[in-house]
Design a protein around this ligand. Structure first.
Ligand SMILES: NC(=O)c1ccc[n+]([C@@H]2O[C@H](COP(=O)([O-])OP(=O)(O)OC[C@H]3O[C@@H](n4cnc5c(N)ncnc54)[C@H](O)[C@@H]3O)[C@@H](O)[C@H]2O)c1
Length: 327
């Protein structure tokens, strides 16, 4: 029998490979197009919950066109921040679709950060106003960074970014870091989330997933023509504010309905316009005018992980990075 090997890629390896956000956005948009055409396989993610404010989810997906099959095993724990540990961690396993044999195990943290921002950038491309000038970031952590990085690629008229975090020092550190990367953009750290929402054409909330969240965003803060991109599910926006949206979209309707049924999230969501696969393929319309308030709450898809993971894997082999392990 042939000896079997798989490649192990640590977070450091993946950071060294450093595929660009532009490349990830292209892959994610292509994935949404294939999804919209029904050319992918992805069951809704099952999960276990060892502690009240924690999750470990299994996320399998297959994209024949990208020759990518695999699964992410991802966890989030709200207590980790206090222990100086990352909120989100995990592994991605890739399998060879020809033989179904595992070919790679890689750290999922970097990819999760980047692909979530990239999926929101695709959402903003179709659902935010093209002339958007202001971005609001609530939650200045990993997602706060990657969402801004991705949005700056697809939105060409951004002039000012408002940021808020429950820890002022995190907001200030975020702004110092972002000012270095985007010297031509004006940054403002604000105490009040209201100021962020009222002044922003695009609002990303990336706080925490909580069982009993204190929902903050009031309907009157959410301006006409604005686009909301909560990655923290429905934990930060009041139900009435979600209800005010002319269109409520997501990355995968089946997954949102599954999450609503099986978990405590999105209980008040009744009108779903559709998902990004349908929008990217033109099966349903995206933004129709400058007045619509639109929300797209992406829950995160295994399809995004395997479409990004396969690029990282091929680059690792090309660059001779990683550790080969016997199966
Ligand atoms: N939908 C997806 O695809 C997806 C993917 C990855 C992460 N997430 C979610 O995104 C969120 C952020 O993840 P992360 O990796 O950036 O975490 P992180 O810990 O790096 O950052 C979270 C930031 O939010 C701040 N924060 C927490 N509660 C807040 C509040 N009430 N008001 C203001 N700021 C607050 C924290 O201080 C921290 O700076 C989590 O809820 C995570 O589950 C979603």
């Amino acid at each position: 029998m042939k000896k079997l090997q798989m490649l192990y890629l640590s977070r450091k390896d993946i950071e060294e490979i450093d595929i660009s956000m532009e490349e990830i956005i292209v892959a994610i948009e292509k994935m949404f197009e294939l999804k919209g055409r029904g050319l992918v396989e992805m069951p809704p993610k099952p999960g276990i919950h060892p502690k009240e404010e924690s999750f470990i989810h299994a996320m399998p997906a297959y994209i024949p066109d990208m020759k990518s099959a695999g699964m992410k095993w991802v966890s989030g724990d709200a207590d980790n921040t206090k222990k100086n540990l990352p909120y989100t961690t995990g592994l991605i396993i890739l399998n060879d679709p020809e033989t179904c044999i595992p070919i790679c195990v890689m750290d999922a943290t970097w990819i999760t950060g980047k692909r979530t921002g990239a999926a929101n950038a695709v959402a903003a491309k179709y659902l935010a106003r093209k002339d958007s000038e202001t971005i609001g970031i609530i939650g200045c952590g990993v997602q706060g960074e990657s969402n801004l990085e991705a949005l700056m690629i697809v939105q060409k008229n951004i002039k000012k970014v408002f940021a808020h975090d429950s820890f002022l020092n995190k907001c200030n550190d975020y702004i110092s870091k972002m000012e270095q990367i985007y010297p031509n953009i004006e940054f403002k750290c604000v105490d009040e989330p209201r100021e962020v929402v009222q002044n922003s054409d695009i609002i990303v909330t990336a706080t925490r997933l909580l069982k009993n969240p204190k929902k903050i965003i009031e309907p009157e803060w959410f301006q006409e023509g604005a686009f909301g991109a909560p990655v923290d599910y429905d934990c930060y926006w009041k139900d009435e504010t979600f209800d005010l949206a002319d269109k409520f979209c997501t990355d995968d309707v089946a997954q949102l309905l599954h999450t609503k049924e099986q978990m405590h999230y999105f209980q008040k969501i009744n009108r779903i316009h559709g998902d990004l696969g349908e929008i990217v393929t033109g099966k349903i319309v995206g933004r129709e005018n400058d007045k619509e308030r639109i929300i797209c709450s992406n829950l995160g898809m295994a399809l995004s992980d395997v479409s990004t993971g396969i690029i990282v894997y091929h680059k690792a082999i090309e660059m001779n990075i990683g550790t080969w392990l016997e199966l």
